[in-house]
Design a protein around this ligand. Structure first.
Ligand code: FMN
Length: 323
């Protein structure tokens, strides 16, 4: 693998989904047949993700992105053992392009409303996911509405933690004046907010504004997402064994999301439904999961005009490739 091709592959792998778009993955070309992946020491979420599970899941998603990107060039990459790096990939012969390669750079997180006129069409597309062992499909309007409300309630439980809010808002890019707007984190466009709304949202999250609004019982309605969630044609619950390796979970999650993209479905995850203990228990009961299984995330899915998808915000390659 030449350094030029490596850069090309990193550019595609860097588009992989990752928690809060913190982009925790660093890449190094070790030699012509070996790629190292490392965790950026500062791109972590010490408060929201103290165990590093979401960061590891993000690295797994990026790993899968790299494998798929290389497959376009007929290069088969496999995971190799490493003790010093997050992961290592080695060239392991040749392969056909992965069927998901065509949508690798097209997948986005879409946090807006879905096209109500195309609900039935979207549900039909989503049906093909129902046969996957790691998916539970929710299409009944009542169920979607109940889960939407549960997600908002769970979000409020997290938001009442001031440090959690502070960490989350540190990754929000509310206006284009923010020098990081197109580089990382969650920008207003990606959050489907107009500039004034984004600024207002940032203010609501501040201490003590949030606490005062919460006492007045206004914070919940100001941060609610249920209205958007209820426009989803389907909810795609992504289920894993409780003891699954988060790195592998990230690989599988990325593939599932790409499969949805290939079906023409836009999506955004509600990971709060897996992260909040109460919500996760409610989801397990609702979906009749075994005690060994858990919901990792629930993806809202539907159809939307491709022009509504936000452009990716990513770091320049020179910041994610190590010499
Ligand atoms: C582990 C993990 C958890 C995520 N949780 C959420 C979530 O709860 N809500 C959300 O809107 N996006 C969530 N995302 C999506 C990321 O925010 C998104 O991938 C990132 O901002 C990059 O944007 P893109 O997917 O459009 O490329 C999650 C992604 C990962 C990998």
């Amino acid at each position: 693998m030449t350094p030029e091709l490596f850069r090309e592959l990193v550019a595609e792998a860097a588009l992989s989904p990752n928690v809060h778009n913190i982009q925790p993955t660093l890449w190094r070309l070790v030699d012509a047949t070996t790629i190292a992946m490392l965790t950026h020491p500062e791109r972590t979420l010490p408060w929201g993700d103290p165990s590093g599970r979401d960061v590891t899941t993000s690295l797994g998603a990026a790993f899968e992105g790299m494998v798929i990107a290389a497959s376009k060039h007929g290069i088969k990459l496999s995971r190799a053992a490493t003790e010093t790096e997050a992961a290592r990939l080695v060239v392991d012969g040749q392969c056909d392009p992965d069927p998901l390669a065509a949508v690798l750079t097209k997948r986005r997180t879409y946090r807006g409303r879905f096209d109500a006129r195309r609900k039935d069409e979207a549900r039909e597309k989503a049906q093909s996911l129902a046969s996957r062992a790691d998916v539970r499909l929710i299409t009944r309007g009542d169920d979607i509405a109940a889960i939407a409300d549960q997600a908002d309630t769970a979000t409020m439980r997290f938001y009442r933690d001031r440090a959690y809010r502070q960490e989350l808002t540190s990754w929000m890019r509310l206006t284009k004046l923010d020098p990081n707007y197109a580089r990382d984190g969650l920008n207003a466009r990606a959050m489907e907010m107009s500039a004034p709304l984004a600024i207002a949202a940032g203010m609501v999250m501040q201490y003590p504004t949030f606490e005062i609004l919460d006492k007045l019982q206004l914070a919940a309605s100001l941060t609610a997402e249920a209205g958007v969630t209820k426009t989803a044609s389907a909810l795609v619950a992504f289920v894993q064994d409780r003891d699954a390796d988060p790195f592998q979970t990230g690989r599988d999650w990325h593939r599932l999301w790409l499969e949805m993209t290939a079906l023409g479905l836009a999506a955004s995850p509600l990971t709060i439904l897996g992260d909040d203990e109460q919500a996760a228990t409610e989801m397990s009961q609702r979906l009749n999961l075994t005690p060994h299984q858990r919901v990792v995330t629930v993806l809202r899915a539907g159809i939307v005009d491709a022009r509504k998808l936000p452009p990716p915000a990513r770091l320049p390659l020179d910041e994610v490739i190590l010499a």
